[in-house]
Design a protein around this ligand. Sequence first.
Ligand SMILES: [Fe+2]
Length: 364
Amino acid sequence: MRLISINSLQPGMRLGKKIYNEDGVILLSENAELTEVIIQRLRSHGLNFVYVADSRTDDVVLTEMIEDETRRRALNEIRTQFRKMTGPAVKGLVYPYLGKTFSGLVESIMDDLSSREDAMIMMMNINSIDHYLYRHSLNVCIYTILLGQVHGYSKNELTLLGLGALLHDIGKTKLPLELLTKPDRLTDAEYEQVKKHAEIGFKMLKDEPGIPLISAHCAYQHHERLNGSGYPRGIKGDEISEFARWIAITDSYDAMTTHRVYRQAMLPHQALEVLYTGCGSLYEKSKLEVFRDRVAIYPLGVTVKLSTGEKGVVVKIDGIFPQRPVVRILTDPLGADLKAPYDLDLSRHLSIVITEVDGMNGIG
Ligand SMILES: [Fe+2]
């Protein structure tokens, strides 16, 4: 199968992987034939990349970061709990179920991730149509736990970190929906209102008996930046909790690799470049390096162009050289389709580099 941008979809293509709707129900099954109407519908739901079947790359095995079942269960739980909290803040209202429910969820994610030693951060915003806040909360949780495991935190620390990551944007449940789903760029006044979610989230969590204070601080501090340019308080360096400094990276990355109505999603390598422009000033260098080594910058199935001029599809990524995947070469340097595609392992051909990635610049 191949990963292609929604703009390159053509009627008649067949899906390479099933697509779930917002309630975790299968919307389109594997191999479903795409029509103009279906393509429009996927676009209106905000999907930006889709796996399609391709006989030349049918053997590509997709490895997800966590089990499908864990993901479905997690999204259900997040949806149910977050919906209960949606609406204006009520003084004195507590959410005693939060800590217990979500600690269990964080542990399931930890179990899935620790059973895969070579787990990589993969673009997760594919083939599932979810409310942005729910999906984003789950993705940030998964990415952050993976980084925390690589860093070597204990199980207890990982649970606290995972809870903080899962609930970092919980304050957004108290903002008006039209503000969160506004299709255009926000005005300055609206942006100021959105920024309040950090403090609102902290207030919601800090007195919850099941939520440790260190996790509540992730909600408060995930938009703070090393040089003091963040919000809400503009605190700097070590004043920002270590957990919040991890979440600053995973939160920014997931936001950039997700399609919003007002801007296209970036591909992982582009988002990584943007993060690196803030290396040492916005984000901590050592943490960014852990992230860089664990992010699959070329998603499986993506079309790439090589410095030789040949084009192909990424068919394998390993944990040792994630930046140098195995590419199935499909065309010669002049663009003619090869009769016999073959696999080129870039980790063994260090002089060849990937020069373009399909999706943003229209190759493929
Ligand atoms: Fe946030």
